[in-house]
Design a protein around this ligand. Structure first.
Ligand SMILES: [Zn+2]
Length: 436
């Protein structure tokens, strides 16, 4: 019989392999999770909205789900990592109202409504955006104090982009001037700061300049730089441009529910990786001695924050109880709601956006749910964005646990997939060992 403890063990056994497997394309998310193309405006809104919570004070991650039932308005569900930060619900609802105000305002008033939203978001989120940017202040020097071109070839390329580069330098200088201060004074200055960030992003997207930067100035590349330092301004500006899309299904109101990530309970993640235990509860054609060797070799247990590996009794565990990831809580919560819903005939698709890309276990779990529901003839499914190259970051996310109330059929399906992926990964691992 499958139990939640089995899932902990399989997740533990997969830790050493997941990252490499993703890089080498040994695992890929099922296409059944891809959101459909015809609700792009909604996805773009939900993605950007979720992104804001990455910068919300005391919020590690958050997930946002959008659900629209037939003949009903769209509803949003938002779950921040536990514990829910103080004031979270009021802030979220105010942001949404402000967003709607930018959507419905007259042309004359639209700009001041946008400004109000921008200032409000930065007043809460600037501090976290600043943290990352200041630590890496050497990056900015590259753009402000341009070094002499190293050779003739670079001199030629530099000449071609000199005007654009000078413009970018000025923008970066202004950015650094603000970001080196703890707070921009709220108001016009915040708006100017946001505009500078957006202008930097736009300038760097110019193909000619981008190629130059990638080749000569910043080897990690423009895309990485934008993703690393400008996520907040990009999210704000994407949100504001989605506000003008008529196809967003918010006529008037959109109910927003803030879900507590702790509501489904917390528990300790605990996996006993002794060969006897593995053989007993997870029999099959897997060589559990090798699974354990792979684990010990990789010492993954010591690398994942919040997880501890005890080599003397082969236990990988979290010291204290942990809560399920926000997106897992949302998935379960919406599943419960759906099961209680009388109008089960209508097709429902719930799109879930995460402030940090979805992790491997969530992706497999959501796919297992979709499969089981499909087998039962239900037209209810979850979609998740898995086209991001960094999807599946199991080894960088908080320890992943399954909710206690997960249905048996679904746990069984999840276990099947995890076992089969573990088999594949062990095959690869064993082959690699032959080379050492
Ligand atoms: Zn996750």
């Amino acid at each position: 019989m499958t139990s939640i403890a089995d899932i902990d063990i399989l997740i533990a056994a997969l830790y050493p392999h997941i990252y490499q497997a993703r890089v080498e394309n040994l695992i890929s998310p099922t296409s059944s999770l891809q959101p459909s193309e015809n609700s792009t405006a909604v996805h773009s809104f939900v993605d950007s909205f979720a992104e804001l919570f990455h910068f919300y004070p005391d919020c590690k991650t958050a997930a946002v789900a959008s659900q629209s039932l037939l003949h009903q308005k769209m509803s949003l569900y938002i779950c921040p990592s536990a514990p829910t930060p103080a004031g979270f619900e009021a802030d979220v609802k105010r942001w949404f109202t402000q967003f709607m105000d930018t959507r419905t305002a007259s042309i004359e008033k639209a700009d001041s409504e946008r400004e109000r939203f921008i200032i409000d978001v930065y007043s809460l989120c600037y501090a976290k955006m600043r943290q990352g940017a200041v630590v890496d202040d050497r990056v900015w020097t590259l753009f402000v104090n341009l070094s002499e071109p190293k050779n003739e070839k670079e001199r030629g390329r530099r000449k071609a982009v000199s005007e654009k580069l000078a413009n970018l330098s000025t923008l970066v200088e202004s950015f650094v001037d603000t970001i080196s201060r703890e707070k921009p004074s709220l108001g016009v200055e915040t708006r100017q700061f946001h505009d500078v960030c957006v202008n930097i992003c736009d300038a760097m997207k110019d193909n000619e300049l981008k190629d130059y930067i990638n080749k000569y100035l910043y080897v990690l590349g423009v895309d990485y730089l934008l993703q690393r330092f400008f996520r907040l301004p990009i999210a704000i500006s994407n949100l504001l441009s989605s506000a003008t899309k008529p196809e967003l299904p918010f006529d008037g109101e959109c109910p927003i529910t803030v879900v507590d990530a702790g509501k489904l309970g917390a528990r300790q993640f605990k996996a006993l990786l002794s060969a006897e235990n593995l053989q007993e509860i997870l029999p099959g054609d897997v060589d559990w001695d090798e699974v354990r060797n792979a684990f010990i070799e990789d010492e993954s247990g010591t690398l994942i924050e919040g997880l501890y590996w005890n080599p003397s009794d082969f236990v990988l565990s979290t010291g204290a109880p942990v809560t399920p990831h926000p997106e897992v809580t949302l998935i379960q919560d919406l599943l419960n709601k759906h099961n209680c819903d009388s109008d089960q005939g209508a097709a429902v698709t719930v799109y879930i956006a995460c402030s940090t890309t979805p992790c491997y276990a969530t992706v497999v779990y959501a796919a297992a749910i979709n499969n089981v529901l499909q087998d039962r003839g239900k037209s209810f499914k979850f979609t998740l964005r898995t086209d991001d190259l960094t999807w599946c970051r199991l080894s960088t996310a908080d320890p992943w646990i399954l909710v206690n109330m997960a249905e048996k059929d679904i746990v069984e399906r999840l276990k099947e997939t995890l076992l089969s992926e573990l088999r594949n990964m062990m095959d690869v691992w064993e082959k690699e060992q032959l080379f050492y």
